[in-house]
Design a protein around this ligand. Structure first.
Ligand SMILES: [Zn+2]
Length: 237
């Protein structure tokens, strides 16, 4: 089996070299598709202007971290009516034009974030051979297209640290959909209570045993039942 199929690389990519290093695999790949589409006018071009390198984090392979060193091209747009004279080649479904990680790796981080509701995500990621930070995981969750909290009936609430041992915020999880619905900039009862007041359908608030979120729920959503549980975010259904 060819390496490109084994690593599930897009059509037209060739593996130039694979190095096993202390930190994982460094895989040099070269984009060889003869043409690319101008992102502005969609006209296909085969006129290569230059080559450049991108370093991308990719999904781990057999527990090893993977770094891709991609040699990609810039193309001339030959459409006289198009304003874009030179464009970087597009690799749709594999990597966004300016991203520093592949789309499949982004999706892994999003899945880890959703499965852990943002808590302990970095530990789980490390066990899976993924090096990341909690900020990156939270950014992936927040980048999900459905940013609207909608109507939440069962809410999980807890704090999280923006930086290890640093500033704390509040994470709010819809326990039915298992989606993070919002992140609040602090863990003050007043801030959480204000958020809960907007949620008229709230029936249950699952929280830690501390006092701040209990008082937030009492103030913000007195009609909802409160339950305190050490697995208040993750134990669903
Ligand atoms: Zn063009």
């Amino acid at each position: 089996m060819e390496g490109t199929s084994l690593l599930h690389l897009p059509e037209g990519m060739l593996i130039d070299q694979i190095q096993i290093t202390e930190n994982g695999l460094v895989i040099e790949i070269v984009a060889t598709h003869p043409t690319s589409c101008c992102p502005l006018c969609s006209q296909r071009s085969s006129s290569i202007q230059s080559h450049y390198r991108r370093v991308l984090r990719d999904a781990p392979c057999a527990g090893r971290r993977v770094q891709l060193v991609l040699t990609a091209r810039k193309f001339y747009c030959r459409n006289a009516l198009c304003e874009r004279k030179v464009f970087t080649e597009r690799l749709p479904a594999f990597v966004e034009p300016w991203a520093r990680m592949t789309i499949r790796h982004c999706e892994q981080l999003t899945s880890i974030g959703l499965a852990t509701c943002g808590k302990g995500g970095t530990r789980l990621a490390a066990r899976l051979g993924v090096q990341t930070t909690r900020q990156t995981i939270l950014r992936r969750i927040m980048a999900l297209p459905d940013g609207s909290p909608g109507s939440v009936l069962y809410l999980g609430i807890d704090d999280f640290s923006f930086r290890r041992g640093g500033r704390f915020g509040t994470i709010l999880v819809n326990l039915e959909s298992r989606r993070v619905v919002d992140l609040l900039p602090d863990r003050e009862a007043g801030t959480s209570a204000a958020w809960m007041r907007q949620q008229l359908d709230l029936m249950v608030v699952s929280r830690d045993r501390g006092g701040a979120y209990a008082s937030a729920a009492r103030e913000g959503t007195p009609q909802a039942m409160q339950c305190a549980d050490r697995f208040h975010l993750m134990k669903v259904n």
